[in-house]
Design a protein around this ligand. Structure first.
Ligand SMILES: Cc1cc2nc3c(=O)[nH]c(=O)nc-3n(C[C@H](O)[C@H](O)[C@H](O)COP(=O)(O)OP(=O)(O)OC[C@H]3O[C@@H](n4cnc5c(N)ncnc54)[C@H](O)[C@@H]3O)c2cc1C
Length: 441
């Protein structure tokens, strides 16, 4: 009997994982990716003479799906765990907030505020009822637990830095998921923050992944930007690329962002398309600098100063060390913005100038000749905005079009966007798709 064919659209971590699961179930699988390489948001980039992730990535001790993936790729011994520090830039000064002692010494809050902030973090990391959290605005939840002073001095600037004005639409699920993730950086019983990475970054993971899918006989088609998916009278699905190439499959699973899925899947009902398009995404603009000096000892510096339009500063070499970069430092300057933000229309040169100017506000001693290279990376549809009632408005993974399914990161409802949650979504939804397909056979 001929094997059933499945097309998976999108060659990011999600698409690759789904393609590999299908292959293990005996399907004939094609993976279609619009770019020249697989990897999506986890893809690498060149920084001067060195290669690392285009966007910064760390692994947390609790990231069991990610750790399994790395083990399965044979890279388990290449993971390195390091203690890191978190900084806050408040009132023109850096403060370390990396352990309990530093937390107690933190000068920006009085003792009662600190106690309430500690309670907020505990509550955020333990609450599990995300459906209920989705009924509470994030501002209300934070004020209730932390009090007005801490809300105004710490949480509000952080919310604005992470979400812009969209924080007003966001539910408490967002902050609890964020707190839960950061709490996961404290290895069981340890008081210190610990992050991991694979030597060589995600470039190394993706290279091993490419080898794996080649050996598994998955037909990987890169430079295949999908523009339409439509149904044949026999209920097969035709996938068409921007340069008019066509492929026909018995089943299609798309891992593309919901907005893109709505635009390419022409046979969806109007209601479905509306639901997909209504999922709001935040995009990211990220400037990466290779510097010939260290900026701080912190992996993350949170900025609570609204004059500085950066979501934070990520000093990757504070975690991975400078040896991968010839003794230089790799620093990422991310800014999360609404997918429709006019910032996406600015030229790379304008973005570089404005981000470097912002960085100089918090590092006035930084000189232009200390910047070895500067890169711009942009992605329009990255994180879904956890609005009030988010999960109850999600469309189903099974579309109204026979044999067409959606599995993408919009199904993350109780976590932040990261590789672990991405793989968890695949682990939750793939068996459901498989059950439907198998019942039809
Ligand atoms: C700034 C930033 C920091 C992050 N930090 C971390 C971290 O520290 N730790 C962590 O674990 N995770 C982190 N992540 C998240 C992680 O990168 C994602 O969870 C993961 O890569 C998502 O994979 P995906 O396959 O769902 O999506 P994507 O990577 O977006 O994959 C979608 C794929 O579809 C392709 N595509 C799009 N349109 C089409 C089309 N029309 N036709 C064909 N192909 C198309 C894209 O090119 C892409 O390859 C970070 C992400 C960002 C942006």
């Amino acid at each position: 009997m001929d094997r059933k064919t499945v097309g998976v659209i999108g060659g990011g971590i999600m698409g690759v994982d789904i393609a590999r699961r299908l292959c293990r179930e005996g399907f004939e699988v094609s993976l279609m990716e619009g770019s020249p390489e697989i990897g999506g948001l986890a893809s690498p980039s060149k920084f001067g003479d060195y290669t690392w992730d285009k966007f910064y990535h760390v692994i947390l001790p609790d990231d069991l799906f990610t750790l399994n993936m790395i083990k399965e790729l044979g890279l388990e011994n290449e993971i390195k765990w390091n203690e890191t520090k978190t900084g806050f830039f408040i009132n023109d000064k850096y403060h370390s907030m990396s352990d309990v002692i530093e937390f107690l010494r933190f000068p920006a809050l009085n003792l009662i505020d600190k106690f309430r902030l500690g309670l907020t973090i505990l509550a955020g990391s333990y609450i599990k009822d995300y459906e209920r959290l989705e009924t509470i605005p994030v501002t209300v939840w934070l004020k209730r637990w932390s009090g007005k002073n801490t809300f105004n001095r710490i949480w509000l600037p952080l919310l604005k830095a992470k979400l812009g004005d969209d924080y007003k639409l966001t539910s408490a699920a967002f902050i609890c998921a964020t707190i839960k993730r950061l709490y996961g950086a404290r290895k069981k019983g340890a008081k210190k923050e610990v992050f991991g990475f694979v030597r060589g970054g995600y470039a190394r993971i993706l290279a091993a992944m490419k080898e794996k899918i080649k050996s598994e006989d998955i037909n990987t088609i890169t430079n295949f930007k999908v523009v339409s998916v439509s149904q044949t009278p026999q209920h097969d699905l035709i996938v068409k690329s921007v340069d008019n190439k066509e492929m026909v499959f018995n089943y299609v699973i798309t891992s593309l962002p919901s907005f893109v899925t709505a635009s390419v899947c022409h046979d969806l009902t109007d209601i479905e398309r509306e639901k997909l398009k209504n999922i709001k995404y935040l995009g990211v603009i990220c400037i990466s600098l290779l510097l010939n000096k260290k900026l701080t000892p912190y992996y993350v510096t949170n900025i609570t100063d609204e004059r500085i339009p950066l979501t934070g500063v990520i000093e990757m070499t504070a975690l991975v060390g400078t040896s991968f970069f010839g003794g230089n430092s790799l620093v990422y300057l991310p800014k999360y913005v609404n997918s429709e933000d006019q910032m996406f229309n600015l030229s790379d040169q304008d973005l570089k100038e404005s981000f470097i100017a912002s960085l100089k506000l918090i590092h006035p001693s930084l000189k232009d000749d200390e910047i070895i290279s500067c890169q711009v990376a942009k992605a329009k549809y990255v994180i879904t905005l956890p609005e009030m009632g988010y999960s109850s408005n999600l469309p189903s993974f099974k579309t109204s079009v026979d044999n067409l399914f959606v599995i993408n990161s919009s199904f993350i409802t109780d976590g932040t966007l990261n590789v672990n949650e991405t793989l968890k979504v695949a682990d939750t939804y793939f068996p459901k798709v498989l059950k439907i397909i198998k019942n039809e056979e």
